[in-house]
Ligand binder design. Structure first.
Ligand code: GDP
Ligand code: ZN
Length: 294
């Protein structure tokens, strides 16, 4: 009788999967039959594996709570989006886009505003607090916010994402100095970022498991998943209290009269940059729908 064990995939490389079971890591291949179904194992997947003569085989992937293309991970408990207001300045649209993709899959988002020793980024912090996100102001230099971040991560499978050079590796080192991750000059990182793959690394930080992903640029976000235009409104938490209050039931919250969302925008209850990102994502969603119909 084959013994079946259950574990989590912590690494995926060229068709080999490292599966972390109760007390050890077993390297596995995936059954050919699984590849034919088009569902290939992803980092974060909970899988059943069989082990025969020391060789592991992924037999079944448990249903996913959620799954992402960039970063390529499944079953996240929390997505931490890094931003900074200095060297490099994070474009709000980048934050809004990943946060909306996570929201669309009902994954909690925490915004980590880093490099606060150089610039406290009060505006950025206020925008995302107003939108209803947990925002933690951090500094890898002074240690500001590190304990608060550690608490937010505790016991969870999390992913760190954000533009290159924003300080993800530095914060991982601050959380867990024994990791000794290389930290780069921003200019070098931006150059390298262009060629990065979808490779994902997992790190143990206390009782959290953290997926760090190569920093992305606007180029990468264009390859991210698109949210259906009908669902987009639900991916902006601050729209929630106004939904269902517009004059038209199928209001897209763009130019319709009697729109509760644009009224809230005019009253300053919804942030301007957030609403602009909504419009931009709506445009993208429309292009995709039209393209799919062809
Ligand atoms: P990553 O690309 O997001 O992993 O960014 P890194 O962690 O490699 O950091 C990029 C650069 O920013 C490095 O030169 C770091 O020393 C610097 N850096 C990271 N975090 C902070 C911070 O909180 N304050 C300051 N002043 N510099 C930081
Ligand atoms: Zn509306």
């Amino acid at each position: 009788m084959l013994k079946i064990e259950t574990g989590r995939i912590i690494k995926s490389l060229s068709g080999f999967y490292d599966v972390w079971t109760e007390n050890k890591v077993i390297t596995c291949r995936a059954r050919g039959s699984m590849r034919r179904t088009g569902l290939s194992p992803q980092v974060g997947d909970i899988v059943d594996i069989s082990v025969e003569k020391g060789k592991g085989m992924v037999e079944r992937i448990h249903p996913r709570k959620n799954s992402f293309v960039r970063p390529a991970v499944a079953n996240l408990d929390l997505l931490v989006v890094f931003a900074a207001n200095v060297n490099p300045v994070t474009e709000p649209f980048l934050i809004d886009r990943v946060a909306a993709i996570a929201g669309d899959q009902e994954v909690p988002v925490c915004i980590c505003v880093n490099k606060c020793d150089m610039d406290p980024a009060e505006d950025l912090t206020a925008i995302y607090r107003q939108a209803g996100y947990t925002v933690i102001q951090t500094s890898a230099e002074t240690g500001l916010g590190i304990d608060e971040l550690r608490k937010a991560l505790s016991g969870k499978f999390c992913a760190f994402t954000g533009n290159s050079g924003v300080g993800k590796s530095s914060i991982l080192n601050a959380l867990s100095p024994e990791l000794k991750l290389p930290v780069g000059e921003v200019s070098e990182k931006l150059g390298r970022g262009r060629h990065t793959t979808r490779h994902v690394e997992l790190y143990d930080v206390d009782d959290a498991l953290i997926a760090d992903t190569p920093g992305f640029s606007s180029f990468d976000t264009d390859q991210m998943e698109v949210i259906l235009k009908e669902n987009l409104q639900y991916a902006f938490p601050e729209f929630g209290r106004y939904l269902g209050q517009c004059q038209f039931r199928d209001c897209s919250h763009r130019k319709e009269p009697g729109c509760a969302v644009t009224t809230a925008l005019a009253a300053g209850e919804i942030g301007k940059s957030r609403y602009e990102s909504y419009l931009k994502l709506y445009e993208k969603a429309m292009q995709i729908n039209e393209w799919e119909l062809k």
